[in-house]
Write a protein that binds this ligand. Structure first.
Ligand code: HEC
Length: 177
């Protein structure tokens, strides 16, 4: 074999090897065999599946009966300012957004001449001290569906003071407990 022939064969082999390498690289670029196959829609599997059982806490509104006798009626009157946008408190006063509240203690619930929500209209009890206490704590909590849009009075003393003042808005105030 002469040198020229040898060179030709060597060149052919070399370029063949080169071609294989080049195509191999291109192939790898197109389809990367090492790429991790990731899920297009990953499903998260939490390590610990916690079943959180929501504690259903009984909501107990702190009672006010014991506080009424020594309640601060002046403070109650001040707190009533939070109600006057919607309620009048004087005898014979007109309804506003909400019904007039003269004589409200021990009055029948949802029965005055006023367009009550179904929730209040369907009640058949009285606004006893404790009913008022529950209602004023958070109106929508115990009277779901009431249209009284008021967050409520979370402080027990505030409710006691206000209800003690409400009691005085009457011709003959209900006896203190
Ligand atoms: C944003 C207006 C609004 C405010 C503020 C508001 N109320 Fe009312 N209240 C209403 C409406 C409306 C009703 C009628 C609710 C229904 O029919 O569900 C109502 C109903 C009531 C009732 C039931 C009356 C009945 O005849 O059965 C009482 C008691 C009451 N409110 C007390 C209060 C007191 C006390 C405050 C202040 C701490 C207050 N409300 C603040 C709008 C209001």
């Amino acid at each position: 074999m002469d040198a020229l022939k040898f060179n030709k064969i060597a060149a052919a082999l070399l370029s063949g090897v080169l071609l294989i390498m080049v195509f191999g690289k291109i192939g790898n670029l197109l389809v990367n065999p090492n790429r991790e196959v990731s899920n297009a829609y990953p499903i998260e599997v939490p390590e610990k599946i916690e079943t959180k059982i929501k504690e259903t806490k009984e909501i107990v509104v702190e009672p006010i009966l014991a506080l009424l006798a020594n309640a601060d009626i002046d403070s109650g009157q001040k707190i009533s300012k939070k109600c006057v946008a919607c309620h009048g408190f004087e005898a014979g006063g007109a309804n506003k957004v909400g019904p007039n509240l003269y004589n409200i203690v021990n009055k029948e619930q949802g029965k005055a001449d006023y367009a009550y929500s179904k929730t209040l209209a369907s009640l058949s009890g009285k606004w006893t001290y404790e009913e008022l206490n529950k209602f004023l704590y958070k109106p929508k909590l115990f009277y779901k569906g009431t249209k009284m849009n008021y967050a409520g009075l979370s402080k027990t003393k505030d409710r006691a003071d206000l209800i003690a003042w409400l009691r005085t808005k009457s011709d003959s105030p209900v006896a203190l407990p």
